[in-house]
Design a protein around this ligand. Structure first.
Ligand SMILES: O=P(O)(O)OC[C@H]1O[C@](O)(CO)[C@@H](O)[C@@H]1O
Length: 571
């Protein structure tokens, strides 16, 4: 019976949200069976009851107050209760000797009338928190990424190398020819291994973090998935880990060459993105110059929304979504910040002003070392908006220094490296007079160490940020001295919430799992199926608009400005 009902159930549950009208007795039974099956397969107590299950039962039984409990009932507990209260599935013993049961019983008020929000993945099979996203789940964006986007990214690198072959040989000499052949061979194997879901292999322990990668892969296999080492494949491994591995693997192919070890193979698309947005950059910088001018009549707080949201919408112009293809924004990020406000699902900017920025600017203790950090994302137009944000904080007296954190190697197609940072500052004048002034201003600030660029290796590791304190204690310590850390973009957000399939209304605080060095702000457009902290009202609107389609989570159209690390405004 289990075999025949479970697939039907997954069909019902495969969209993230399920229309509760579609419920029937049969569905309910299937749910119970599925829960039992999952429990039995996972072999653990199910300690996180999916909201949809609770809602299903509540709606189905038409009772107002109840709790659904599903899990392994130990013999002692079962004896005490006198067995299964609803006469649920009574299966025989199990491997550990306890009696397994699927038990559903009413106890006390629980749940809300929220739409059904999470998928049926109950808890992660390895650590029993919300499930990590994985490429193996068909129909998800992670699956599409592994199946289509990654091979496409590798193919476009192959195309680029083939196209540039002669120029590279001319620049570096004949050795480059063998280098290119070597890389092409590695990439063709890489594509094959992705597409046929092969296990990840160790790459040479070279580079500043090569040894660490070996350790992390071992750790993942031994600590996180000890019984399923063969599961560390492109589709089955945790999506975040495997995606970081992919970009590190690409880097290792170049690193192993004689002449191309320093090449930034994503540079062309990053520079093109900047050059395609010159008008938009100039328009946005002109606004910045107006509100930061010494005689500007603007109120101190004027412009914060525009500047932060301009940086947010810069994150739309991400080239990794299109595999490096053109992705030109039509309006300037400042114009977008005004026009696109309805697409911001969580907007904590007022709260940020009250709790963080206003006290910083008032600076009652006359501090001289107020620091704001920006963990950068993409180069190109997004970096320009981030530089504007840094300048705004300094010019308007919110901070004495701004630390920009970039990547030490080419990363996720368009992420900012030190070269990108320097090149962009040097090239701002191409956008126009106002941008030229900004470029000069930033250079001065870099000289005076008011703007500092750093590239800690942790940012190119596969770890969620809740592990920072353990994996990169010095970086964590450093962030505790900051007044605000702004995390830009989707990848940073995925790492903040651990790249997990949280119920959409899980609090942000819970999802960051103790990562709390100082106030943090996520400025992210949604490009992956993970988010936490949506309110009932927002969920309702999304449900009405999208029903069972969750493209809003990955289209890059919607966004959040989400604050953590400070008490809620009403406290
Ligand atoms: O540049 P961003 O905003 O971090 O986006 C990169 C993200 O987009 C994706 O390419 C889409 O999932 C992810 O690989 C990554 O999380």
């Amino acid at each position: 019976m289990h075999e025949s009902t479970t697939p039907k159930l997954s069909k019902i549950l495969s969209p993230r949200r399920v229309n509760s009208n579609a419920l029937s007795a049969e569905h309910l039974i299937q749910l119970a069976v599925f829960a039992y099956e999952t429990h039995r397969i996972a072999g653990v107590v199910v300690n996180r009851i999916p909201q949809e299950f609770i809602d299903f039962i509540r709606i189905f039984t038409n009772q107002k107050e109840e709790t659904v409990k599903i899990g392994r009932i130990s013999s002692a507990e079962e004896n005490e209760k006198g067995g299964n209260e609803t006469g649920g599935n009574e299966s025989g013993g199990n491997e550990t000797g306890g009696t397994e049961a699927c038990s559903i019983f009413a106890k006390k008020a629980c749940g809300s009338n929220l739409p059904l929000t999470s998928d049926m993945g109950i808890v992660d099979e390895f650590d029993h928190v919300a499930p990590r996203l994985r490429g193996k789940k068909e129909g998800t964006f992670a699956y599409f990424t592994v199946r289509d986007r990654w091979p496409k990214i590798v193919t476009s690198l192959v195309d680029q190398l083939t196209r540039k072959r002669d120029a590279l040989i001319e620049q570096h000499g004949e050795d480059a020819s063998a280098d290119i052949a070597d890389i092409l061979e590695k990439f063709s194997r890489l594509r094959y291994e992705i597409m046929t879901d092969k296990p990840l292999i160790n790459f040479p322990e070279s580079g500043p973090d090569g040894k660490m990668w070996h350790d992390w892969m071992e750790e993942l296999k031994t600590a996180v998935m000890p019984n399923d080492v063969e599961e560390l494949t492109y589709f089955k491994g945790p999506w975040l880990f495997v995606e970081c591995y992919l970009y590190r693997f690409i880097y290792s192919a170049f690193l192993a060459t004689k002449k191309l070890a320093d090449m930034d193979y994503f540079e062309d698309s990053k520079r093109k993105n900047f050059l395609d947005h010159l008008d938009q950059v100039e328009e946005a910088v002109a606004f910045l110059m107006k509100i930061t001018a010494k005689d500007s009549p603007a109120h101190e707080m004027f412009g914060i929304h525009q500047i932060l949201k301009s940086s947010l919408w810069g994150n739309r112009a991400d080239m990794s979504l299109t595999g490096g293809d053109d992705h030109t924004m039509k309006m300037s990020s400042i114009a977008a910040s005004v026009q696109l406000k309805d697409y911001i699902l969580i907007d904590d900017v007022n709260w940020l002003m009250v709790k963080v920025l206003a006290p910083l600017q008032a600076n009652p203790q006359k501090l001289k070392n107020r620091r704001i950090d920006i963990v950068l994302d993409n180069a190109g137009v997004e970096l320009c908006a981030d530089l504007m944000m840094a300048e705004f904080f300094l010019a308007r007296g919110f901070a004495d220094k701004v630390v920009l954190h970039g990547k030490a190697i080419p990363w996720f197609v368009s992420d900012t490296t030190e070269n990108d940072f320097n090149w962009t500052v040097d090239s701002l004048h191409l956008a126009g007079q106002q941008s030229a002034k900004l470029g000069e201003q930033i250079k001065k600030r870099v000289e005076k160490m008011e703007i500092i660029y750093k590239a800690d290796l942790f940012w190119i590791s596969p770890h969620p940020y809740c592990d920072m304190q353990e994996k990169a204690p010095e970086l964590y310590e450093e962030l505790t001295t900051s007044s605000l850390v702004i995390f830009k973009g989707d990848l940073n957000y995925r790492k903040l919430v651990g790249d997990r399939d949280w119920d959409l209304n899980t609090s942000f605080k819970k999802a960051v799992r103790g990562f709390d060095p100082c106030p943090i702000l996520a400025l992210r457009t949604l490009k992956a199926e993970t988010i936490a902290g949506l309110t009932d009202d927002v969920l309702k609107v999304l449900l009405e608009k999208f029903d069972e389609d969750n493209s809003w989570m990955t289209s890059g159209e919607y966004a959040v400005c989400q604050l953590g690390g400070v008490p809620p405004i009403e406290e």
